[in-house]
Design a protein around this ligand. Sequence first.
Ligand code: ZN
Length: 159
Amino acid sequence: MSQPLASNCILWDGPRRADGYGRVHIDGKRPYAHRVAYCRAHSIPLSEIDGLVIRHRCDNPQCVNPDHLETGTHADNIADQVARDRNASRERHGHSKLTEQQVAEIRNADTSVRGRKSELARTYDVSCALITRILQGRIWKPIKAPIKDTSGQISAAGF
Ligand SMILES: [Zn+2]
């Protein structure tokens, strides 16, 4: 996170959804625990934050510490998510390997569609630059006669 947090996370220990967010029962409704925590801390009704996203500055969906919560838009939330996914995939794959089959699939993909390349990059967990190179035939030129290593995969290491 960009700014360090002054206090520790307060973890919600009530019922949670599969995504980690806590839920509470209020007046027959089941709002998120962190939204309720935010409203209590600011002495505002839940309806006040209708349409707003309450973001976790600590990145911990289970946290209900009001100091870690701030309002944001859905776009902010999606941007956060994308940044997290990007970091996660970078850690998971120091280098990437694509199978012959995957390279063929990438080549056959209709990349005239806007955003299709980055979608492919996400799907195969490789960089957009690599997808571009594959599409331009700058690597894995003769798809019929690929250089195989022992695992039968073509290594994309070094990109
Ligand atoms: Zn927190």
